[in-house]
Ligand binder design. Structure first.
Ligand SMILES: Nc1nc2c(ncn2[C@@H]2O[C@H](COP(=O)(O)OP(=O)(O)O)[C@@H](O)[C@H]2O)c(=O)[nH]1
Ligand SMILES: [Mg+2]
Length: 326
């Protein structure tokens, strides 16, 4: 579950011969997005083939393809409007240029959300929130790895005190990787654990505290209040903390994830999102809805369970992987 073994059998059905050798991030991204690509790109290619201009029928079919790829109604409508303008401006007159115009249109939605997460305060505090199973705890391990590699001294706070399993999960990972973990027993006060962790990081002059929290639904008011309390308590140690409130979104939840994200944002004032599990889902089109409706930075995307399967979001790479030829 949490060992991040170096060699592991592929967990999805997209196994290709490439699995045998270490893959580049772009290779992983491309492979991870293969189901969404099948859903979106192969249908787009056949839609555009042989076309010289966009007419109402083409737009209607394009609309269907985007909506059934979890892009969502509003976002699809704005993509179509934008596309029409681009095609007129560029005088696109063949299948390739139409497809190129669509790629540009999609890129223009994602690009503003490409904002890397950099920390300047010492220690900075990164608070992880999201529903159960979204990938918070495992993403913490991946992020700890990412930032440790960048030379930051990281400390983890086992703020999911609901499940003993979550505390152990972090502790084991921390021990194996030499990253300190501040934890108390199951059932203790999450805000207190995180407060202790920040205090400890301040005393040791560490760079980054990553705080886990229990999964919760945006509809569970008392649990949402608990997150507000966590934020309030940590601000006593540093008025700017948390420096990032990161919502972990399971991309395979598609359009449901968008509503969740909107409500988390309303309550907590998120500063960024990370999309996990883009591998193994055909619902990767949700990223366009998230980008255009939430407008929050997409800090990271995840395409697998290995330690280096979560990386900073780069819009061009995402679009290239989405439109890659199989
Ligand atoms: N395939 C895949 N699985 C993931 C990804 N991110 C997390 N997971 C898996 O999702 C499951 C739940 O993750 P966990 O971090 O425990 O979720 P939490 O409840 O939000 O803390 C674990 O089995 C993870 O390995 C991802 O990007 N791709
Ligand atoms: Mg967890």
């Amino acid at each position: 579950m949490f060992g991040f073994s170096k060699k592991k059998a592929p967990t999805n059905n997209n196994a290709t011969q490439e699995d045998a050798k270490p893959q580049s991030w772009l290779g992983k991204l491309k492979q991870g997005l293969s189901k969404t690509r099948q859903q979106l790109n192969s249908r787009l290619t056949s839609l555009f083939t042989g076309k010289q201009s966009i007419d109402d029928t083409l737009l209607e079919e394009l609309e269907t393809i985007l909506i059934t790829s979890d892009v969502g109604l509003d976002t699809t409508a704005s993509i179509l409007e934008d596309l029409k303008k681009r095609v007129t401006r560029q005088e696109a007159s063949d299948a390739d240029s139409l497809q190129r115009a669509l790629k540009e249109s999609l890129l223009s939605i994602l690009k503003p959300c490409e904002q890397a997460l950099n920390f300047s305060a010492k220690p900075s505090v990164l608070l992880m929130v999201g529903v159960n199973g979204a990938g918070k705890t495992t993403s913490i391990a991946k992020l700890a790895h990412h930032y440790t590699q960048q030379g930051l001294r990281v400390l983890l706070a086992a703020g999911d005190t609901f499940r003993a399993g979550a505390i152990d999960q972090l502790k084991i990972w921390g021990e194996r990787n030499n990253v300190p973990v501040i934890a108390q027993q199951e059932g203790s006060d999450s805000a207190a654990v995180i407060f202790d962790a920040i205090q400890s990081a301040q005393a040791k002059q560490l760079d980054l505290v990553i705080a886990d929290t229990a999964g919760r639904l945006h509809t569970q008011t008392h649990l949402m209040n608990e997150l507000e309390k966590i934020k309030r308590v940590m601000s006593k140690l540093d008025p700017d903390a948390p420096h990032e409130t990161l919502l972990i979104i399971d991309a395979s939840n598609g359009q449901n994830a968008l509503r969740q994200a909107e409500l988390f944002h309303e309550t907590l004032g998120l500063t960024g999102v990370a999309l996990t599990k883009l591998d193994g889902t055909a619902k990767g089109g949700i990223i366009f809805a998230i980008a255009s409706k939430l407008g929050l930075p997409i800090r990271f995307i995840g395409v697998g369970e290995q330690i280096d399967d979560l990386k900073p979001f780069v819009a061009e790479d995402f679009i290239d992987a989405l439109f890659a030829q199989d």
